[in-house]
Design a protein around this ligand. Sequence first.
Ligand code: IMP
Ligand code: MG
Length: 175
Amino acid sequence: MPAPSFKLCFSRDLIAAQVLRLGEEISRDYKEQEILLVGILKGSFLFFADLVRAISSPTVVDFMRVASYGTETQSSGIVEVRKDLELPIKGRDVIIVEDIIDSGYTLQSLYNMLMLREPRSLKVCTLIDKRGRREVEINADYVGITMDDGFIVGYGLDHDERYRNLPDIYRVEGV
Ligand code: IMP
Ligand code: MG
């Protein structure tokens, strides 16, 4: 198999601008209401860190780790909780912070799971929305960057656990 090739897709400057915009939108919507931000590990760790600093509303943070079975680049719809939240979310205003929505299976399962815990409100913020690949009817309330198709790495996103530390996002071909 030939070595994978990397092409710059979204620069750190473009990402930073979109993260600031998302922070402003969220702060405008929630104002002085306290938000419980739920970061979905591992992919959202850098986005999450930048996003919380762009939000001026009061925030509380917590994390979850979910794994969706499938091949390296294709999700299956079966989601397992590897690390659950530490805080109760009942009666709270919650925003799920995701790195990327692809087929939508992961987010859909997560959304339904958290809804059962009766938050006052539950919204979704994603850095990347890969719209062309959606297989289930679920959309984010706050979207940083929209793309159609293709596999990307960097700024938290991995391929086989690698490349999460890259400050920019690259499109990978040949994986
Ligand atoms: P979904 O369940 O198909 O929506 O997949 C969502 C998860 O698949 C994300 O949280 C990522 O972990 C992973 N994923 C989907 N597309 C990409 C990509 O282009 N690069 C890296 N990870 C991806
Ligand atoms: Mg992943």
